[in-house]
Design a protein. Structure first.
Length: 135
């Protein structure tokens, strides 16, 4: 083991924590971190809303932020559909056209996944224009 002699540092034992302790502490730390992030975001949002209400802001301001649309679900669904088509086209390119699999699969996944996101954007823009014309 190499140690820096001038720093007078002793090497650490290689097995300070056993795999059991690591297997317990890592998931607990992950869940504690996720809980802390969610808790802080909820409490800060509540404090912000209470401060606005104390200043006399209209409570309907908070309801205006909510959007009753399924654009996120539509985008996610079309993206997964595009990835599926990309995997299929990558298979066709690698088997029928003889293209290398390492290039065929990622390229087709990115092309069709991106194409699906563009279609989702255009579809959502059309829906937004229709909603604006109804109002």
């Amino acid at each position: 083991m190499l140690c820096v002699k001038w720093a007078n540092v002793k090497p650490l034992k290689s097995n300070i924590m056993g795999p059991f302790a690591t297997g317990i502490l890592v998931p607990l730390g992950l869940f504690a971190m996720i809980f802390g992030i969610v808790y802080l975001s909820v409490t800060s949002r509540n404090r912000e809303r209470m401060a606005l209400i104390e200043r006399g802001a209209d409570p309907t301001l908070f309801e205006a932020r909510k959007r009753t649309g399924t654009s996120g679900v539509l985008k996610f669904g079309l993206f997964l559909f595009g990835i599926g088509i990309g995997v299929f086209m990558g298979y066709l390119l690698s088997s029928a056209a003889g293209m290398d699999e390492d290039a065929a699969y990622p390229s087709m996944i990115f092309v069709f996944g991106g194409l699906a996101l563009i279609v989702s954007y255009l579809w959502q823009r059309k829906q937004d224009k229709e909603d604006a014309s109804k109002s």
